[in-house]
Design a protein around this ligand. Structure first.
Ligand code: UD1
Length: 416
């Protein structure tokens, strides 16, 4: 039935464990293609985007197997097949295979990638950067071919610190001839995870976590065992859920150091948070405050992926809140569904104005993309009565088992 049924209106109490990060594991899986050996990836979340990436790697000739949360990728024998099919057109991260295939073969033909419908999501920054490394691009209607007689290190300045473009340049640069200096690189923790994986495999990368990355190409890469860090967006989803409902929860393995902007806002809204080496404790005992203004931004700013979960919570905060979305131009699709539950939200271009109402009421709503879907599940936990969130498959792209996690936190929630 592809839905989630929630009986909401109660505070959250309990403990749940945070899964491995979607946005970290996908580029790491692509990077395994650069290593003519066996990569062992631990703490790999069981999400559909990972399954899609597994399928793509298998199609190219990798042997991929899973044991629990450990993924083994044997990339000793791979082919330069076209990167195409549903797993490409349905998932933006398939684009990571562009840099990886270029690094491995100097050539790739692929379909244009898909992913969440949250704006135009062009790939010009990726292609322009790779062209500076000697790659020529030939565009067809549904596919494009990227080819380099000799992939060469270069000085590249990104016009915007795109996460995906940074990852693609890194992937190509570790196998290029010479040094690549990437300026205005994205600083998201998932970039650091990719660099750490490659460094463990023998790559030389300086400046990890900063805006300038210096990548020495051509190092011999060897098989590696790597643990994927916890998912900061999944942890943030539950952090903001308890702000929505009140209660006391513990998020085991929450990557606290990567969540500063979220924690700062959560505290301003009324959460008491305590971080330890084991995770994050969150207590919300009084009502939450509205947020006069918050904007989404590149890391370490407030993440765009948390914008919908935040909007759901603010729908019942006392007062008027304003969210400005600065990363994706079409990311307020959830607002209309929230209004069906009684929320008062006006969107105008990049801004959403949310006037807190006393309570939401449960009803049938439709997820239109991954993080908006998670926002609707939060709204369902907050609302009185029963909420049915349809299109569960969007949520399963990034949440291993959202119902299990909320059941751990005492919510009456089931899939159907
Ligand atoms: C990644 C994350 C996504 C997150 C986003 C921003 C993954 C799998 N996805 O997506 O969850 O929301 O970072 O933190 O890691 N842009 C261009 N041209 C390009 C590339 C991007 O104009 O060639 C624009 C996009 O349309 C968007 C902005 O740049 O407006 C940010 O995109 P980018 O940082 O590339 O995000 P993704 O890598 O797609």
């Amino acid at each position: 039935m592809d839905a989630i049924r929630i009986r909401g209106g109660n505070a959250l109490f309990g403990e749940t464990k945070i899964q491995g990060s979607k946005n970290a594991v996908l580029p790491v899986m692509a990077a395994a293609l650069l290593i003519e050996d066996i990569s062992i990836i631990e703490n790999c979340p069981r999400i559909t985007d990972v399954l899609h990436m597994q399928k793509l790697l298998t199609k190219i000739g990798c042997k991929v197997s899973r044991s629990g949360r450990t993924l083994m990728i044997d990339a000793r024998h791979v082919s330069r097949d076209k990167v195409a099919g549903e797993s490409v057109t349905g998932m933006r991260s398939s684009l990571m295979l562009l840099g990886a295939m270029l690094g491995r073969f100097g050539e790739v033909t692929m379909e244009y990638p898909g992913g969440c419908v949250i704006g135009k999501r062009p790939i010009d920054i990726h292609l322009d950067a790779l062209q500076k490394m000697g790659v020529s691009i030939q565009k067809e209607e549904e596919t494009f071919t990227a080819m380099a007689k000799r992939l060469t290190g270069s000085v590249i300045t990104l016009p915007f610190p795109s996460v995906g473009a940074t990852e693609n340049v890194i992937l190509a640069a570790v196998r290029a001839k010479g040094v690549t200096v990437l300026q205005n690189a994205a600083k998201e923790p998932e970039i650091t995870a990719l660099c750490n994986f490659l460094q463990k495999a023998g790559a030389l990368i300086e400046g990890t976590g900063g805006p300038v990355l210096i990548i020495q190409g051509g190092c011999r890469l060897h098989g590696v065992q790597f643990k994927v860090p916890s998912d900061r967006i999944v942890a943030g989803t539950y952090l903001f859920s308890v702000l929505g409902t009140g209660g006391h929860i513990f998020l085991r393995d929450a990557p606290v150091s990567q969540m500063r902007s979220m924690l700062k806002l959560a505290v301003e809204m009324g959460a008491e948070v305590t971080a330890s080496g084991e995770g994050l404790s969150v207590i919300v005992s009084a009502g939450k405050k509205a947020v006069p203004y918050v904007k989404t931004d590149v890391y370490p700013g407030f993440p765009t992926d948390m914008q919908s979960p935040l909007m759901a919570v603010l729908s019942t905060a006392a007062g008027v809140s304003v969210i400005e979305e600065t990363i994706f131009e079409d990311r307020f699709r959830m607002a209309l569904e929230l209004s069906k539950m009684g929320a008062e939200i006006l969107t105008d271009g990049k801004k959403a104005v949310i006037t807190g109402v006393e309570k939401l009421h449960g009803c049938e709503v439709y997820a239109k993309e991954l993080r908006g879907g998670a926002g609707l599940v939060i709204a369902g936990c907050m609302a009185e009565g029963e909420t049915i969130v349809r299109n569960r498959h969007f949520i399963e792209r990034g949440y291993e088992d959202i119902c299990r996690d909320y059941q751990d936190l005492g919510v009456n929630i089931v899939t159907e």
